[in-house]
Ligand binder design. Structure first.
Ligand code: ARG
Length: 275
C-alpha cells in the first residue's frame, strides 16, 4: 500500500506549549530514547519494503518530527503529484509548513493552495485516503475546522475525488489519525467513541469490515499505526488488536514511541506518505 514516506529526524523535538491532552507542560524528553525510537520506525519501514526520505529538521520547530501534518499529498492524472499546504491551528506549528512546502516544490509537486482565511486544515492528521485512493475521509472539530474541510472538499470535487467529513467529539482523539486507521480497501480500525453518531454511521456504510479498538487501546495510539508490506507497525499490541490483524492478514510489528506520545503523537503522525 505505501511505497515511499517522508520522515523528519527528532533532533529538536521537545514538548513546549500544551496543544492536546497528552502534552504536559515541561514534560522531559529523553532525547537518546526519542532518537532510538525514530530510528526503529525508520528500520521497520525499510524492512517492510518502504523507501524512506527525510527532511532536514529545523531548530525551534519542536513538532516538525510529526511529518503527517504540514501538507496533504495527492496524485491526480491531470495534475500529477500535488500537495495542499496545511493551515495549522497553533502558531508554533504554522512555521513548519513553509519548510515542507519547499521540500515538495523542489521535487516537482504541484502546490494547490486553498484560501482558508484563518480556517484550519492539518494535513494527514485529519485527511486520510481510502487505500485505493477513491475517496478521502476528513476529520474535523478540534484541529481542522468544518469550513476548511468544506473548502478542501470543493477543491477535491474539481478533481472528482469525494471527501467524507467526520465530526470528532472527544479531545483525546483530536486528529482523525488517532481513531481511524484504514487497514486495506475493505477494513478499517476505529475507536467509535471518538466520532459523532452520524460519523460512525458513515464509517459503517463505507467499509465492509469495521474493527473496533477500546478507548484504552486508542488512547495508547494502537489506532495510529502504519500499514506496510503486510505488516502493521504499532506502538503496542493487545489480544484484541492481535486478533483483528490476524483476521486482516497483517503481522504486528511493535515499535515503541513513549517519547513522542508525550507530545500526543505516534507512528502514523511521524511519517508522510509520498505519492
Ligand atoms: N504535538 C503535536 C500537536 O499537537 C502532535 C501531532 C500529532 N500528529 C498527528 N498526526 N496526530 O500538534
Amino acid at each position: 500500500m505505501i511505497r515511499r514516506v517522508l520522515l523528519c529526524p527528532p533532533t529538536y523535538f521537545e514538548v513546549r506549549d500544551v496543544k492536546n491532552p497528552y502534552m504536559k507542560d515541561g514534560a522531559a524528553i529523553d532525547h537518546a530514547k526519542a532518537q532510538q525510537q525514530w530510528e526503529a520506525l525508520r528500520s521497520a519501514l525499510k524492512s517492510s519494503g518502504v523507501e524512506v526520505e527525510t527532511i532536514d529538521p529545523v531548530k525551534d520547530l519542536e513538532d516538525m518530527v510529526f511529518s503527517a501534518n504540514q501538507v496533504f499529498v495527492g496524485y491526480h492524472p491531470r495534475l500529477g503529484n500535488f500537495i495542499v499546504p496545511s493551515e495549522m491551528r497553533h502558531v508554533s506549528r504554522q512555521r513548519e509548513v513553509p519548510y515542507y512546502v519547499d521540500w515538495f516544490r523542489r521535487r516537482g509537486y504541484y502546490v494547490m493552495s486553498l484560501n482558508l482565511y484563518g480556517e484550519c486544515l492539518e494535513g494527514h492528521g485529519d485527511l486520510l485516503w481510502q487505500p485505493d485512493r477513491s475517496k478521502i475521509w476528513a476529520g474535523y472539530g478540534f484541529r481542522s475546522t468544518e469550513r476548511a474541510i468544506g473548502k478542501f472538499s470543493e477543491a477535491m470535487a474539481q478533481l472528482d475525488i469525494p471527501v467524507i467529513p467526520l465530526r470528532l467529539m472527544d479531545e483525546h482523539f483530536y486528529h482523525l489519525d488517532t481513531s481511524l486507521c484504514p487497514l486495506n480497501d475493505d477494513a478499517a480500525l476505529i475507536y467509535a467513541g471518538a466520532f459523532s453518531t452520524e460519523a460512525v454511521a458513515k464509517l459503517r456504510r463505507g467499509w465492509k469490515r469495521i474493527h473496533e479498538l477500546t478507548r484504552e487501546e486508542a488512547s495508547q495510539f494502537m489506532g495510529n499505526g502504519v500499514v506496510a508490506g503486510g505488516k502493521y507497525i504499532t506502538p503496542r499490541i493487545t489480544d484484541n488488536l492481535e486478533r483483528i490483524l490476524a483476521h486482516e492478514n497483517l503481522q504486528p510489528v511493535v515499535v515503541e514511541t513513549s517519547e513522542f506520545e508525550k507530545s500526543g503523537g505516534s507512528l502514523f503522525c511521524m511519517k508522510c506518505v509520498l505519492a
